[in-house]
Design a protein around this ligand. Structure first.
Ligand code: THG
Length: 366
C-alpha cells in the first residue's frame, strides 16, 4: 500500500516527538495536522484504553479564539444552542451551522471569560467562516488560532494520574467544566472531557514549549498505572456514539439529522445565522437520522461510504464501522431514512468486499 508523504503543509504538534518515541504506527491528517490513529493495533489500543490510562496528542483539536466586546455575540451567531446559561469555567458541545442549517463543525466551546471563548474544533476550516462572519457584521472581536494544543488523558485511571501531576483538587473538576491548574509556573485550563466515554481530562496546553515537558511528566508519574500513548480509538468511539465530522456528517446534514437536536434551542438562540433555516426543518422533523447499526460477517476498513439498502432500495449509508471485541459484532454509525430507522429493522450494507446483513440498533453500545 502507498504511503502519504509528510511536508510543511501537514503540521507537526508540540507532542510529536513523544508520539514518535512511543512507536506510533499510523496517522491521519486533521485540521492540516498529524493525528495518531494506531500505536500497537486498534484492538490492542482499545483494550488498554478501557482498562488503564492513555495520553493522547489531540493538538489537532485547534482552538478558534474569540476575544473582545462582541465575542459572546459572535459565539451565539455561530450556533443554534442557547448559550445564555453557559458561564465562564464551562464547556459546551455546540453544533455550528451555516445559513442553510448545514453542519460546519461540532466543536466544544470553552468559555474562558465573558469576552473570551475558545472553539475547540473538529476537522473543518472553521476559522475562515468565523472570520467571515465577524468581518461581515463588523463585530468588535479578534479571531485567531492561538498556540494552544489539547493533550487528553483518558481511561479509568485518568483521574489517579492527573492527581499525581496537578494535585488532589483536579477531582473537583466536573464533567464539561474546567479549572486553571499550574504546570512549570504557568496556568493551564484543564477540563473533564474528551473523545471517549472512558472518563478523563483535556489539558489545553498554552505554549508549545510546555508540550514535551508535560508529556514526559505524565509518563513518569503514570509508570505503575501502565500509562501508554494512545489516540481517539475507532472502536471505542463508535461503541460510544461519538460522531466524526467529515465522516458521519458533513455540511449536507442538519444537527437534527445528526441526532444533535438536544444541543439546539433554535427558538431562543437569537442571532444564530442558520436559525430561520433550522426553524423550518425542525418543524417538519428530519427524514433521515444517525443510527447505531450492527453488521454481520467480516468487514473491511470503512474508508468510503457504504450504501444501505432496504427492500432493494437505497435507504441510507454507513460511514464508520469496526469489529467490537466486547460486543462481538461489527459496530457502525450510519445515516438511515425514516422508513427504515426503527430499531430492529433489517437492512443490507454494501462494503467494497460485498453485501452484508445488518440491523438498526436501539442504542449505542455503552
Ligand atoms: N474535545 C475537544 N475538542 C474536540 C473534541 C473533543 N474537537 C474535535 C471533536 N472532539 C469535536 N467533536 C466532539 C464530539 C463529541 C464530544 C465532544 C466533541 C462529546 N460528546 C459527549 C456525548 O455526546 O455524549 C458529551 C456531550 C455533552 O453532554 O455535552 O464529548 O473531544 N476539546
Amino acid at each position: 500500500m502507498a504511503q502519504i508523504s509528510f511536508s510543511r503543509r501537514v503540521r507537526r504538534t508540540p507532542f510529536s516527538e513523544g508520539v514518535e518515541a512511543a512507536g506510533v504506527k499510523a496517522y491521519t491528517v486533521y485540521n492540516r495536522m498529524l493525528l495518531p490513529t494506531v500505536f500497537e493495533s486498534v484492538e490492542y489500543d482499545y483494550r488498554h484504553l478501557k482498562d488503564h490510562v492513555q495520553v493522547w496528542d489531540v493538538a489537532v483539536e485547534r482552538q478558534v479564539e474569540l476575544r473582545g466586546p462582541d465575542a459572546g455575540r459572535l459565539m451565539q451567531m455561530l450556533t443554534p444552542r442557547d448559550l445564555r446559561g453557559v458561564l465562564p469555567g464551562r464547556c459546551a458541545y455546540v453544533p455550528i451551522v451555516d445559513e442553510t442549517g448545514g453542519m460546519l463543525n461540532d466543536p466544544v466551546a470553552v468559555k474562558l471569560a465573558e469576552d473570551r471563548w475558545w472553539i475547540s474544533i473538529a476537522d473543518s476550516d472553521l476559522l475562515f467562516w468565523v472570520k467571515g462572519v465577524a468581518q461581515g457584521y463588523r463585530l468588535d472581536v479578534l479571531v485567531d488560532e492561538p498556540d494552544v494544543s489539547p493533550l487528553a488523558v483518558q481511561g479509568p485511571k485518568a483521574e489517579e494520574l492527573m492527581v499525581r501531576v496537578f494535585g488532589d483538587t483536579i477531582r473537583d473538576v466536573r464533567f464539561f467544566r474546567f479549572g486553571m491548574f499550574e504546570f512549570e509556573g504557568r496556568q493551564l485550563a484543564v477540563a473533564r472531557s474528551g473523545y471517549s466515554k472512558q472518563g478523563g481530562f483535556e489539558i489545553y496546553v498554552e505554549g508549545s514549549d510546555l508540550g514535551m515537558p508535560l508529556w514526559n511528566r505524565l509518563f513518569e508519574a503514570g509508570e505503575d498505572l501502565q500509562v501508554r500513548a494512545g489516540c481517539p480509538n475507532l472502536i471505542e468511539r463508535i461503541e460510544s456514539g461519538l460522531l466524526s465530522y467529515g465522516n458521519d456528517m458533513t455540511d449536507d446534514n442538519t444537527p437534527h439529522e445528526c441526532g444533535l437536536g438536544r444541543f439546539c434551542d433554535t427558538a431562543t438562540a437569537i442571532g444564530c445565522v442558520g436559525r430561520d433555516a433550522l426553524l423550518r426543518v425542525a418543524k417538519e422533523g428530519p427524514v433521515q437520522q444517525i443510527r447505531p447499526i450492527s453488521i454481520e460477517g467480516e468487514i473491511p476498513a470503512c474508508d468510503r461510504v457504504w450504501p444501505i439498502y432496504g427492500n432493494g432500495k437505497r435507504v441510507g449509508q454507513v460511514t464508520s464501522a469496526a469489529w467490537s471485541p466486547d460486543f462481538e459484532t461489527n459496530v457502525a454509525i450510519g445515516m438511515v431514512k425514516m422508513t427504515h430507522w426503527d430499531p430492529g429493522t433489517t437492512i443490507e450494507v454494501e462494503t467494497q468486499d460485498g453485501m452484508r446483513l445488518a440491523r438498526v440498533e436501539e442504542t449505542f453500545w455503552n
